[in-house]
Design a protein around this ligand. Structure first.
Ligand SMILES: NC(=O)c1ccc[n+]([C@@H]2O[C@H](COP(=O)([O-])OP(=O)(O)OC[C@H]3O[C@@H](n4cnc5c(N)ncnc54)[C@H](OP(=O)(O)O)[C@@H]3O)[C@@H](O)[C@H]2O)c1
Length: 312
């Protein structure tokens, strides 16, 4: 069973779980072209659509445009319409509204779409273009019909409030703030971002909801991840030992429901008001497993146990 949630207070409904596509085409961090490649992510796309998980998150910088290009190609022969959230990079050499217009044009071309369901500012950087100029340019794209909803990403509480106000002057709601959020990363709560998003009617897109694979329980000191994650202290022997009590509770909850730890970690996010996790997946198997986080609920006691063991 697929549950849906809105992007923003009155925005379009999307499945309550999306698919992150940073790894699709990205060689630098994820090692695309090595252990997995185009056939695997094509199968991941098809598995997602078949499961009804038709909401995808990408960005113009992922694989230097390759993630958007792959999504665009796959969507042409998809068995159902998809919804896409992509991101604009506020890079130092982008100086004015014209640069924003061109970036939207290029994303639309790569995605082979006429409208982008959700267009997010990737980071709260300003350089020589102010937030006001940037957000007003995005509001104009909404009025032109090239963007359905506007989002931000990695914005603090204050930055999110300001973006919300700027867009409101153009009768455009701020639909989403995409931030890192999982049982292993709860700064969104302690920094007030989640509470403020709820107050403003902004949906939280939770990125790295599996803590980049950590919460699946598949990594250990004997079996560390490949590539850039080797340098991440959460995957060191000490980091893995620290997360073990949480993994133990995830396993217990999973066993009760006949699920997996990854599905429990994602279900915990899905159960929260105004939160949509967007787990990355490199294969049909991972998509299939992550889609199994939908359609059932953890008990109140289990949520309390997870709270207790994961609260920083
Ligand atoms: N806005 C931002 O600044 C920002 C930053 C980061 C991410 N994002 C977005 O959020 C998405 C998700 O974040 P993320 O990719 O960083 O982390 P994540 O979703 O927590 O972890 C994804 C990784 O975990 C492993 N995995 C996923 N499902 C699995 C399963 N069922 N079983 C076993 N392993 C599984 C895969 O890597 P292995 O198989 O190699 O372990 C996969 O690439 C990204 O794709 C991107 O769209 C946005």
């Amino acid at each position: 069973m697929i549950w849906h949630k809105a992007l923003g207070k009155h925005g379009p409904e999307v499945p309550a779980l999306g698919i992150g596509t940073w790894a699709w085409g990205d060689r630098l961090f994820w090692g695309y072209g090595g252990q997995y490649g185009e056939a695997d992510v094509a199968a991941a796309f098809a598995a997602a659509v078949a499961a009804g998980v038709t909401f995808f998150d990408t960005a113009e910088v992922y694989g230097m445009g390759e993630s958007e290009r792959l999504l665009g190609r796959f969507s042409q022969s998809a068995s159902a319409p998809i919804q896409v959230a992509t991101k604009y990079g506020p890079l130092p050499w982008r100086l004015g509204a014209q640069a924003v217009h061109e970036a939207v044009t290029h994303s639309l071309q790569r995605l082979q779409q006429e409208v982008i369901d959700c267009y997010q500012v990737h980071w709260p950087f300003s350089f020589l273009m102010s937030q006001k100029t940037l957000l007003e340019a995005l509001a104009k794209e909404v009025h032109r019909g090239r963007i359905l909803t506007v989002g931000v990403s990695n914005y603090s509480t204050a930055q999110m409030r300001e973006a919300h106000q700027t867009l409101a002057q153009w009768q455009v709601p701020l639909a989403v703030n995409q931030v890192r959020y999982s049982l292993a990363s709860r700064q969104v709560e302690s920094e007030g971002i989640l509470a403020t998003a709820r107050e403003l009617g902004v949906t939280i897109l939770a990125y790295s909801p599996l803590a980049q694979g950590l919460l699946t329980g598949k990594y250990s000191a004997q079996n560390p991840p490949e590539g850039a994650r080797k340098l991440d202290k959460r995957f060191s022997a000490k980091g893995l030992a620290q997360v073990q009590p949480l993994l133990d509770v995830l396993v217990q909850c999973a066993e009760t429901h006949g699920r997996t730890p990854a599905q429990v970690a994602l279900n915990w996010l899905i159960q929260q008001e105004g939160v949509i996790p967007i787990p990355g997946a490199k294969s049909a198997r991972q998509v299939h497993e992550n889609a199994g986080a939908l359609g059932w609920s953890l008990s109140e006691d289990q949520v309390a146990d997870l709270e207790r063991v994961s609260r920083p």
